[in-house]
Design a protein around this ligand. Sequence first.
Ligand SMILES: Nc1ncnc2c1ncn2[C@@H]1O[C@H](COP(=O)(O)OP(=O)(O)OP(=O)(O)O)[C@@H](O)[C@H]1O
Ligand SMILES: [Mg+2]
Length: 270
Amino acid sequence: MKAPKRLDERERLAVLNILEDLRDSYRMLEKAHQELKDVDRVKTDIISNVSHELRTPLTIIKTSLEIIRSEELDKEEFENILSMMEDSVTRLNDHIENLLRAVDIHRGIYKLKPEPVDLTLLVPSIVKKAEKNAAERGVKIKMSLANDLPKIRGDPAALERVFENLLGNAIKFSKEKGGLATVAARKEGSSVRISVSDNGIGIPEDKLDIVFAPLYQVDATSTRMYSGIGLGLAVSKSIVAAHGGKIWAESTVGEGTTVHFTLPVAAEGD
Ligand SMILES: Nc1ncnc2c1ncn2[C@@H]1O[C@H](COP(=O)(O)OP(=O)(O)OP(=O)(O)O)[C@@H](O)[C@H]1O
Ligand SMILES: [Mg+2]
């Protein structure tokens, strides 16, 4: 039998290089495996959170239907049940709209249909829709729209989503008593700045950016006080960015939050 060949220095270096490359590849594989495991865990978390958030209003609708079918209700009781069902349908609809938009955005197929939009008409109609939910939580909504507000260029349905999400948060994260949400808009150069403020629980300073990340919630525990999937701000951010605007939050914990966003003024003759 032949004695194994001794490697010369050049060959030894080549083998060492290959080993080093192999080690790198192994490390990358290990990292990819861990990331995949993380994605899988995140997906499971999302599915379980989404299912829970959808099931709650569905259970209310189902129970209400059973009561309507099996009990003699007077007019007031009937109205109350209908109102609860209406709230649950709105909640379901909002979640589903956010989920659908988030999927479209993720796939890169989200398309705007921009047109000149008069915020002095759009904002009051959205506020009117939010008023019932606000009243149930003891929150008042105020509007402060500048007199000389120009039309902006935007997609009304997409903007409605943004307003509903921001106003929904302002109402949801209000304090027990004396909640106030304000929607303000004023011209700022070639943009309009819209600010949705509340005097609620606030967001810690180090979380002001990350709250715009999909699925991030300051309190993500299963026993948290506030419902939600964690998509509202992320979807709003993508919609505002698609309009060429910016969105950001300012807040003081215990005092309140303001989310500002900008939209381009519509061109003259648009
Ligand atoms: N006005 C606010 N006041 C206090 N905290 C807020 C406010 N708006 C957002 N947050 C924080 O940012 C997180 C993310 O908000 P986002 O609207 O994306 O999700 P969500 O309201 O929890 O769920 P969803 O909007 O999908 O129903 C919230 O869970 C909350 O912790
Ligand atoms: Mg929200």
